[in-house]
Design a protein around this ligand. Structure first.
Ligand SMILES: Nc1ncnc2c1ncn2[C@@H]1O[C@H](COP(=O)(O)OP(=O)(O)OP(=O)(O)O)[C@@H](O)[C@H]1O
Ligand SMILES: [Mg+2]
Length: 1107
C-alpha cells in the first residue's frame, strides 16, 4: 500500500479565520471580532497573507516551547496555524535555500510587543540553524547582547514597563550553509533626556536601579554609591519599583550576559564606574553667588559629591569645578571666558550627564559589535531584525517623540511601498490582470518632516545655525510661516485660520497628523536638543580624566584636535541614519510583524475594541487585506492545491498523472465553480472570493468523511479477507501436517510389526539350526570320546607292561649293585686300617693347597710391572711357594708388558737400559734423565736453511744433533757449537754459520770422562796419534749428557765392536794440544743458580764448581 502523507493546513481546526484575507464579510467590525475571537482563544497571531499580526497577550503562553519550534521547523507557511515561528522559518529558509537576504520589520505602538517579537524571531532562528561548539558560541553571544542593551537602553514608561528607548537594527550574518557567523547592531538615537528627567510614573534606564538593588555592598562601596534610591536626584521616585521586575536578579543576568558577550572584567568595571558617575552628577547642586561687577555666578553647594566623582573618574577636581563655573568660547583664535549662572550650571551638568550616558551606550554597542562580528571574510547572507521604538503619543511630546514618530512614519511608508509592490509584482509575474487599489500613502507626512527645504527638520537645522537670537519660539514662527498650508500640519499661530480658535492647541505647540493619529508637540527644547550642545570646557575636562573609558568617550576634548566646525545636529544625524536604514531595508526581502496592543493597562485577557480599532486603522491593515484581496483573496501553488482537493473529483483521485495545472483545471470544471471566481496564474491558482475557498473546504471536509468511511469499509473488508485467507492457508497447512503425522504413525506401526514378525521367524530358524548343529557336534564329540577312551585303555595297558619290564630291569641292577657293594666292602675292610692316617694327611694337605690357589686366583694384583702389591701369605708352610709365585707372576707380567712394545719402543728401552747400566748409582745426573725420553735430533738441521751446507756435508744418518758448549781451554769460557753424531763420526760445527769445525771418526775416540756430580761436563779423549788428535781433546758441556754418552757408547760398540771407555771421576786430565790440564770438580756455591761454572785456576788446573 502506498504511504499516506499527512498534510495539514492553516485551515484545519481554525478559530475564526487564521488569514484575514479569507474574512467574509470584510469590514472593520468583523476584522476586530475575528481578532478578538482568536485572542480570547489564545490565538495571538493572525495572518494577512504573509504579514503576521501579533496581539500582545501580556502573559506567557505555552506556544514558544522547543516542541513548537520543532513543529514549525521546515513546514510551509500556511501549513500550520499562524505563528511568529512560521514567519521566522519562512524567512530563514528562503535566506538559506534561495540565497535571499531577509529583513524582519516589526512595527507597532510602544508596548505592542515588538522587542519580545524580535527576541522570539532570534531565538527561533538560533534553535533551527546549525549546531556545533563554535556556532553555539556565536548564537549565545548574539542572544546575550539583548539583556545588556535592554538594561542600558530600556526603561519603564507609562506605556510599557520595558520600553525600548533606542532604535535597534541587527544584521545576523550566515554562511552558505545557514550557520550563523556573527552580527552587526546599529543603534538609533537613545532617548538621553531620560537620564536627567523622567515624566511622572516613569523610570530612568533600568541599569541605575539594577546596580543599586543588585550590586554587593563591596561593589557599591567601590563605586561610591549607596543602595538608597532616594539619595539620587536623577532617579524618579514615584515608580522606582516595577511590579514583577526583579532588578537585583536582572543585574546578575546583565553581568553574566556581559561576560558571555566578551566584556573583560576591567571593561565591565569601567562601564559601571561611568554609570555611577552619571548618577552622582545629578547630586551636584549649585547656589548663586553675585560678583561685584554684577555678573551672576554659581558655586557648588556641597563639594563632597564632586570630590567622589573626581576620584571615581580620575579627573582633577579643580578642572571639573572650573568647567561647571565657566564657559570658554573660541572664535578666530580668540578665547573668551564667561561665568555660568546657576541655571546655566545646571544645564551644563545635565548636558554632561546625558552625553556621558548616551556615549557610553554607543560605546557598548560598538564593543558588542566587536565581539559578535563575523570572523571570516566569506560571502555572507544577512537577516536583519528591526526593533525600533514604537509610535508614541504622550501628554507632553517633545523632540524625542517627534523623532521616534518620524521613524515610525518612515517604516509605515516602506511597508506600504513594499507590500503593494510585492503584490503588484506577483500579479504581473503570474500574468493576472491587476486593478489598482486606493490606500492612504503617508509619503506626504514624511515629506512634511524630512523635505530638504521645507521640512520641519530642515527648518529646525536652519534655525539652529542661524546667527542672532534663536529660541524655540522663533523656530515655531518659522514653521508657521513655511508649513501653514500643509494638510497635516496644525498650529494656532499659523496664518491659516483653521485652528485659530482651537483651544486644545496651545500657542507653544504644533500638531502633526501622523498616519497613526494626531500628535501635539511642545516646541520647548527643540532647538537645544537638536543642537545637543556640550560646553567645550566640559568635554576637555572629561578628556583629561585618567579613566581610560571616559577619556575615549570624549575625543573632541583633546586640545590638539579642536574642531571649530559645528557638529551635525541631532535631527540631521537621525535623518541620515534613517535614510541609510531605509535603503538597506529596500535591498532585502521584507517580512512583516505588525504588533497590536490589546489594552492600555498592560493586562492580560482585556481586549479594548476601540484601542485595537484605532491601531488597525492607522496601520492600514484593512487596506492591506483589501489590497491583498482586490485581485484574489487566496492563491496557492498548483501542486499543494491539487494535493489538497484532488479527492473532490474522480479524475484526480487518487492520482493525477498529468501536470498539476491541468489537474486543477479538471478539478475546478468538475466542481462547476464559476469562471469569474478563479484565475490561472503561471504557477498558482488565484481564488477571488473566500467563499469559494470555504466551499472547497466544506466539500473537502464532507468528502474526507466519505473517504474515511470508504477507507474504513475497504480496510474492514481487506482485514476480514486477509484474516479469512490467512485462516484458510493455516487450515491447509495444519491438515497437511496432520496427515503427514498420521501417515508417519501408521507407517511406523507397520514397520515395527514387520520387524517383530521377521525377528520371530529368524529366531525360530536360528534355533532350529542351532539344534541341528548341536546334535552334529555331540555326535562328533561322542566318536572322539570313544576313540580317546579306547586309546587310553591301550596306552595304559602298554604303560603297565613297560613299567613291569622296567621294574624287572631295575631289580636286576639293584641286586647286582648290592652284590658288588658287598664284594667291595668286604675287600676294602682288609686295607683300610693300614693306610688311613697318611691318606687323610695327604688329603688334607691337598685340600689346603687347593684352597690356597683358589683364593690366590681371586686376590691377584694388577698387571702393571711397577705395582708392588702382593697378597699376604696365608700359611707358613707355603712361604717359599708364595715368594716364588710372586716372582713368577712379576716376570710373567713384565713379559706381557714387553710383548706390547713396537720396535722403536724396544730401541728406546734398550738405550735406557744401557744408560742405566752405565750410569746408575755412578753419576748424580742420571736419575733426572730417567724420565726424559731420548730424542737424539734436538736441532732440526734439515729444516733450517741456515744449515743447508752442513746438511749437505753430512750424508749419513744423524743420531745426535744438538747445541753444546765447548769450554775454552784458555779461560774456561763456553762457546756454542753444534754437536753431531753420525754412524761413523763425531762432528762439531759453528752454530751460526753451520761450518764444520772438527770431524772425528768414532774409531779415534779413546774414552769419555765425566764427573760423578750433577753437571753436564764431559771430555772426549782422542786416541794418541790419530788424525784428529792434533788439536787435542774436547771439553764440552751438554744438557743431555746421559743420552749423548749412552748413544756414543752404543754407536761405537756397533761400529767398532769395541766398548767405549767411560770414566766417571771428579778429577781427570784433558790433553789440550801439548799441555795436559787437570779438570777438577768441586762443590760450588749457589751463586749462579744451578749452572756449574768453569774457571781456569792455573796452567794445569781447570776448576768446575758444581752447585
Ligand atoms: N508574545 C508575548 N508573550 C507574552 N508577553 C508579551 C509578549 N509580547 C509582549 N509581551 C509583554 O508586553 C511587554 C511589552 O512588550 P515589548 O517590550 O516587546 O513592547 P515594544 O513593542 O517593544 O514596546 P516599546 O516600543 O516601548 O519598546 C513585555 O514586557 C511583555 O511583558
Ligand atoms: Mg521595545
Amino acid at each position: 500500500m502506498a504511504k499516506m502523507e499527512v498534510k495539514t493546513s492553516l485551515l484545519d481546526n481554525m478559530i475564526g479565520v487564521g488569514d484575514m484575507v479569507l474574512l467574509e464579510p470584510l469590514d472593520e467590525d468583523s476584522f476586530i471580532n475575528n481578532l478578538k475571537k482568536r485572542y480570547d482563544h489564545n490565538e495571538v497571531y493572525t495572518y494577512i497573507g504573509s504579514v503576521v499580526i501579533s496581539i500582545n497577550p501580556y502573559r506567557s503562553l505555552p506556544i514558544y516551547t522547543p516542541e513548537k519550534v520543532e513543529e514549525y521547523r521546515n513546514r510551509n507557511f500556511y501549513e500550520l496555524s499562524p505563528h511568529i515561528f512560521a514567519l521566522s522559518d519562512e524567512a530563514y529558509r528562503s535566506l538559506r535555500d534561495q540565497d535571499k537576504d531577509q529583513c524582519i520589520l516589526i512595527t507597532g505602538e510602544s508596548g505592542a510587543g515588538k522587542t519580545e517579537a524580535s527576541k522570539l524571531v532570534m531565538s527561533y532562528v538560533a534553535a533551527v540553524c546549525g549546531k556545533g561548539a563554535e556556532v553555539n558560541q556565536v548564537k549565545e553571544q548574539l542572544l546575550q547582547s539583548n539583556p545588556v542593551l535592554e538594561a542600558f537602553g530600556n526603561a519603564k514608561t507609562v506605556r510599557n514597563d520595558n520600553s525600548s528607548r533606542f532604535g535597534k537594527y541587527m544584521d545576523i550574518e550566515f554562511d552558505f550553509k545557514g550557520d550563523p557567523l556573527g552580527g552587526v547592531i546599529s543603534n538609533y538615537l537613545l532617548e538621553k533626556s531620560r537620564v536627567v528627567k523622567q515624566p511622572r510614573g516613569e523610570r530612568n534606564f533600568h541599569i541605575f536601579y539594577q546596580i543599586l538593588s543588585g550590586a554587593s555592598e563591596d561593589f557599591l562601596c567601590k563605586l561610591k554609591l549607596e543602595r538608597d534610591f532616594s539619595r539620587y536626584n536623577y532617579l524618579g521616585l514615584d515608580s522606582a519599583k516595577v511590579n514583577g521586575v526583579d532588578d537585583a536578579a536582572n543585574f546578575r543576568t546583565v553581568r553574566n550576559a556581559m561576560q558571555i558577550v566578551g566584556f573583560m572584567d576591567h571593561e565591565t568595571q569601567s562601564v559601571f564606574e561611568v554609570v555611577a558617575a552619571v548618577l552622582k552628577l545629578g547630586n551636584i547642586e549649585f547656589k548663586p553667588e553675585s560678583r561685584v561687577n554684577g555678573l551672576d555666578e554659581s558655586k557648588i553647594k556641597d563639594k563632597n559629591e564632586l570630590k567622589e566623582i573626581c576620584e571615581l573618574t580620575g579627573i582633577d577636581q579643580s578642572v571639573l569645578e572650573r568647567a561647571f563655573s565657566f564657559r570658554t568660547v573660541e572664535a578666530k583664535q580668540e578665547k573668551v571666558s564667561t561665568t555660568l549662572n546657576v541655571a546655566q550650571a545646571y544645564y551644563a551638568r545635565d548636558a554632561l550627564a546625558k552625553n556621558l550616558y548616551s556615549r557610553l551606550f554607543s560605546w557598548l554597542v560598538t564593543r558588542i559589535n566587536e565581539s559578535i562580528k563575523a570572523q571570516t571574510k566569506v560571502r555572507k547572507k544577512v537577516m536583519g531584525v528591526l526593533d525600533i521604538y514604537g509610535f508614541e503619543i504622550f501628554e507632553d511630546n517633545s523632540f524625542e517623540q517627534f523623532i521616534i514618530n518620524y521613524c515610525n512614519e518612515k517604516l509605515q511608508q516602506i511597508f506600504i511601498e513594499l507590500t503593494l509592490k510585492e503584490e503588484q509584482e506577483e500579479y504581473i509575474r503570474e500574468g493576472i490582470e491587476w486593478t489598482h487599489i486606493e490606500y492612504f500613502n503617508n509619503a506626504i507626512i514624511c515629506d512634511l518632516i524630512e523635505n530638504n527645504q521645507t521640512g520641519i527638520l530642515a527648518m529646525l537645522d536652519e534655525e539652529c545655525l542661524r546667527p542672532g537670537t534663536v529660541t524655540d519660539d522663533t523656530f515655531l514662527e518659522k514653521l508657521n510661516q513655511v508649513c501653514a498650508t500643509h494638510q497635516h500640519f496644525e498650529s494656532r499661530m499659523s496664518k491659516c485660520s483653521r485652528f485659530l480658535n482651537d483651544t486644545t492647541l496651545p500657542h507653544s505647540c504644533f500638531r502633526i497628523q501622523h498616519y497613526a493619529g494626531k500628535v501635539m508637540y511642545q516646541v520647548e527644547g527643540f532647538v537645544d536638543k537638536n543642537n545637543d550642545l556640550l560646553y567645550r570646557d566640559l568635554s576637555q575636562a572629561m578628556w583629561k580624566a585618567s579613566h581610560s573609558l571616559i577619556k575615549a568617550l570624549f575625543p573632541e576634548g583633546n586640545p590638539a584636535k579642536i574642531n571649530l566646525k559645528r557638529p551635525p545636529t541631532a535631527g540631521s544625524q537621525f535623518k541620515a541614519s534613517v535614510a541609510t536604514l531605509m535603503k538597506n531595508l529596500q535591498t532585502k526581502n521584507p517580512n512583516y510583524i505588525r504588533c497590536i496592543k490589546p489594552n492600555d493597562k498592560k493586562a492580560a485577557h482585556i481586549f479594548n475594541d476601540a484601542l485595537v480599532c484605532h491601531q488597525i486603522r492607522y496601520l492600514g491593515l484593512l487596506e492591506n487585506v483589501r489590497v491583498r484581496r482586490a485581485g484574489y483573496a487566496f492563491r496557492q501553488m498548483y501542486e499543494p492545491c491539487l494535493e489538497r482537493y484532488k479527492m473532490l473529483c474522480k479524475q484526480t483521485w487518487p492520482h493525477w498523472r498529468g501536470p498539476a495545472r491541468a489537474g486543477v483545471e479538471v478539478l475546478f470544471n468538475e466542481l462547476e465553480i464559476p469562471e469569474e471566481e478563479f484565475s490561472f496564474g503561471r504557477s498558482k491558482i488565484f481564488i477571488r472570493n473566500p467563499r469559494t475557498l470555504f466551499k472547497l473546504e466544506d466539500l473537502r471536509k464532507q468528502r474526507l468523511e466519505d473517504l474515511a468511511t470508504l477507507i474504513e469499509k475497504i480496510y474492514r473488508g481487506w482485514k476480514c479477507r486477509t484474516r479469512f485467507l490467512l485462516m484458510k492457508k493455516s487450515q491447509i497447512v495444519i491438515a497437511s501436517w496432520y496427515r503427514r503425522y498420521a501417515q508417519q504413525k501408521k507407517y511406523q506401526k507397520i514397520k515395527s510389526s514387520a520387524i517383530i514378525v521377521q525377528s520371530y521367524i529368524r529366531g525360530w530358524k536360528a534355533r532350529k539350526l542351532l539344534r541341528e548343529l548341536k546334535h552334529q557336534k555331540r555326535c562328533n564329540e561322542a566318536a572322539t570320546i570313544i576313540a580317546a577312551y579306547w586309546h587310553g585303555t591301550q596306552a595304559r595297558r602298554e604303560l603297565r607292561r613297560l613299567k613291569e619290564e622296567a621294574r624287572n630291569k631295575h631289580a636286576i641292577a639293584v641286586i647286582w649293585a648290592y652284590w658288588l657293594g658287598y664284594k667291595v666292602r668286604r675287600e676294602y675292610r682288609k686295607f683300610f686300617r693300614a693306610n688311613a692316617g697318611r691318606k687323610i694327611y695327604e688329603f688334607t694337605l691337598q685340600r689346603l693347597m687347593q684352597k690356597y690357589f683358589l683364593e690366590m686366583k681371586n686376590k691377584m694384583p694388577s698387571l702393571s710391572p711397577i705395582d708392588k702389591n702382593w697378597p699376604a701369605r696365608p700359611y707358613l708352610f707355603l712361604d717359599s711357594t708364595h715368594k716364588e709365585l710372586k716372582r713368577i707372576f712379576h716376570l710373567w707380567r713384565c713379559k706381557k708388558y714387553r710383548d706390547q712394545f713396537t720396535d722403536q719402543q724396544k730401541l728406546i728401552y734398550e738405550e735406557k737400559l744401557e744408560a742405566s747400566e752405565l750410569f746408575k748409582d755412578k753419576k748424580a745426573l742420571y736419575p733426572a734423565s730417567v724420565g726424559q725420553p731420548f730424542q737424539g735430533a734436538y736441532l732440526e738441521i734439515s729444516k733450517n736453511p741456515k744449515y743447508k751446507k752442513l746438511k749437505d756435508a753430512v750424508d749419513e744418518k744423524i743420531i745426535i744433533a744438538e747445541v753444546v758448549n765447548k769450554i775454552n781451554r784458555a779461560n774456561g769460557k763456553a762457546t756454542s757449537r753444534i754437536f753431531l753424531l753420525t754412524k761413523n763420526n763425531v762432528l762439531l760445527a759453528d752454530q751460526k754459520s753451520g761450518n764444520i769445525k772438527s770431524e772425528v771418526p768414532l774409531g779415534d775416540v779413546a774414552k769419555v770422562s765425566m764427573s760423578s756430580q750433577n753437571d753436564g761436563f764431559f771430555a772426549v779423549h782422542l786416541k794418541e796419534g790419530s788424525g784428529a788428535a792434533g788439536k787435542g781433546d774436547f771439553l764440552l758441556s751438554s744438557d743431555h749428557l746421559i743420552e749423548m754418552a749412552t748413544k756414543l757408547y752404543r754407536t761405537t760398540l756397533s761400529q767398532t765392536k769395541q766398548k767405549l771407555n767411560i770414566e766417571i771421576s771428579d778429577e781427570f786430565l784433558v790433553q789440550f794440544r801439548q799441555d795436559k790440564v787437570c779438570v777438577k770438580f768441586i762443590q760450588g756455591s749457589q751463586k749462579n743458580g744451578n749452572i756449574p761454572t768453569c774457571k781456569r785456576k792455573n796452567n794445569r788446573l781447570l776448576e768446575v764448581a758444581v752447585p
